[in-house]
Ligand binder design. Sequence first.
Ligand SMILES: NC(=O)c1ccc[n+]([C@@H]2O[C@H](COP(=O)([O-])OP(=O)(O)OC[C@H]3O[C@@H](n4cnc5c(N)ncnc54)[C@H](OP(=O)(O)O)[C@@H]3O)[C@@H](O)[C@H]2O)c1
Length: 282
Amino acid sequence: MILVTGATGSIGRHLVRRLAAENVEFTALVRTAAAGRSLGCPYVVGDFDDPDSLAAAFGPRGRVSRLLLNSAGAVPVPDGTPQPMVRRQLAAIDAARAAGVERVVKVSAFGAAPGGRLAVGAHGEIERYLKRSELSWSMLRPNGFMQNFATGDGGYVRDGALVGHFGAGRVAYVDARDIAACAAVLLTGDRGAGEVFVPTGPEALTHREIARRLGLGFRDIPAAEAAAELRVRGLPDGFVADLVWLWEDMAAGGLSVLTEDVRALTGRTPRTFDDWLADGRP
Ligand SMILES: NC(=O)c1ccc[n+]([C@@H]2O[C@H](COP(=O)([O-])OP(=O)(O)OC[C@H]3O[C@@H](n4cnc5c(N)ncnc54)[C@H](OP(=O)(O)O)[C@@H]3O)[C@@H](O)[C@H]2O)c1
């Protein structure tokens, strides 16, 4: 039995569809019964913030053999406050150990490292905790998701233009459907124990090229202007500094690397940004 967390999210919703189509035995952990019904697959209601519900979701020892560990990424928190994702995923790892889970497949992030900023640091800490547990693990460290341009996480849009401090840096955005496909392989087969995979798209695009594909203009703004715009939106200073750091990393090409990991795991070429658009931005 596989337990899929983050099942309503950008990766999870594709993963549960894929596992159902493959007749794999799994349960989705969801926070409300309504969410479970809308997924239309077996589900259990639980919350990473509620240890009793987590223990109940795993059920008797040995029932769940594999866990897809995935939850929301970095969120604005007051300066000096840890990301809640760390507390939540550490609790899920403890629950998995207590329940006798054999392998955890963790959705992490590109470049994850303890002490890093935003999700990079949070995932680094969680990875370290998981590696030190007795559990078998596989890490998926994807690049940015194409889906960010449907949720609004890909930069903000003003007056018909994609706005950010992106420069001409290229980013190898990946379709969350391909991450789900990688996760399915790791959850259902023998491959990947103790290995780190970095799913990326097949091409690295500039944000100007992405904006054109989205039918938007493009306005690149200096770091200080980007920070001022984010502060006006009420974001805490530390979070603003972290976001601007992320944009500067993108501008410098830090997220442009292309890997073969999607093909190596799934046997197929990762989807392009144009594929994602043509399929209706799923
Ligand atoms: N977006 C990117 O570009 C990117 C790139 C690399 C790595 N990542 C990582 O990928 C992961 C997924 O990010 P995402 O932005 O795409 O989020 P998402 O998967 O679309 O949504 C988060 C999921 O976690 C669930 N969740 C949140 N809090 C929970 C809790 N307390 N208990 C149980 N479930 C909870 C949500 O359930 P509800 O529906 O109930 O809210 C939802 O299913 C994050 O760890 C992120 O750091 C993202």
